[in-house]
Design a protein around this ligand. Structure first.
Ligand SMILES: [Mn+2]
Length: 277
């Protein structure tokens, strides 16, 4: 089993359940291929009663792969903590990556197959959205289910934002025994280049910060480490989430759907920032 580093901080916003692990040794990678250097920050919504929240994530440096999952909160009505499902899905995914040879063998990681394997081993109740990214040669490969997602900043400007998969307002596609199967995952490929910045997050990020806000923050923080950028982005999303008047993507989407909602949306917020170097 892999080493799990749980980082905790004395700050107001803990990074509980922030883990970065991979059950494999480090391999040297090809000299000229691009690499992804990542850092994460997690702010759970309810730090009193469910301190781990319902989001989960992993960073697997050795396989150049990162992922987030967001357990669907509605399960609590049935007494089920979807956070368990999300955490198990992410650790099963990281474990399933172990079946792939090292990068220098130039083997392709089939994200859908890995997702299928992780899904089949996640046998508890609950359901979760997920978005997983892997860097292979000079392209970022993504597998997405639901309304987690990622954006890419190139030359200080928004270059790409992944589409979300929803069935209706605030009802995302989701993986689960009694929910969607990995076959619904949207698979996409995006060529990347040195200097690109990738921001992967759950809906707690993208519902509370416009991509233009994220872009501005990332630009302000040029020179910082990925983990520091992730933290700043997550904290800004958090401020908006508790602000009853902030202009947010969630308020905008609510109005577009004929609902009245001002301000942010209280939610777990997970941010992974990856620098392409
Ligand atoms: Mn969420």
């Amino acid at each position: 089993m892999g080493i799990i580093h749980v980082k905790e901080s004395n700050q107001r916003y803990s990074s509980l359940s922030l883990f970065s692990f991979c059950p494999f040794s480090t391999h040297s990678m090809e000299k000229n291929s691009l690499k992804m250097v990542s850092g994460a920050f997690y702010i759970p919504k309810d730090r009193m009663y469910n301190p781990k929240g319902e989001d989960a994530h992993f960073i697997c440096k050795e396989k150049q792969t990162v992922g987030v999952a967001d357990g669907v909160g509605r399960w609590i009505e049935k007494g089920v903590d979807s956070g368990l499902y999300a955490r198990k899905l992410m650790s099963n995914f990281a474990a399933a990556l172990g079946n792939y040879p090292t990068m220098e063998n130039n083997q392709n990681i089939d994200l859908k197959k890995v997702l299928q394997k992780a899904y089949s081993k996640t046998d508890n109740e609950g359901s979760s959205t997920t978005c997983i990214l892997t860097l292979r040669e000079n392209s970022l490969h993504a597998a997405n289910v639901g309304d987690s997602g990622f954006m890419l900043i190139r030359d200080r400007a928004e270059f790409y934002k992944s589409p979300i998969q929803i069935k209706g307002f605030n009802v995302p596609y989701q993986l689960g025994k009694s929910a969607d199967k990995p076959s619904v995952a949207q698979i996409s490929t995006l060529p990347v280049q040195r200097g690109d910045v990738v921001i992967l997050g759950t809906d707690g990020l993208f519902d509370n910060l416009f991509t233009s806000d994220i872009q501005n923050l990332v630009n302000l923080l040029s020179g910082a480490q990925p983990g520091q950028v992730a933290r700043a982005v997550a904290e800004h999303a958090y401020y908006n989430s508790i602000d009853k008047l902030a202009a947010t993507p969630f308020a905008k989407a609510s109005f577009a759907d004929g609902r009245v909602h001002y301000g942010g949306k209280k939610d777990d917020i997970t941010v992974i920032v990856s620098f392409i170097i």
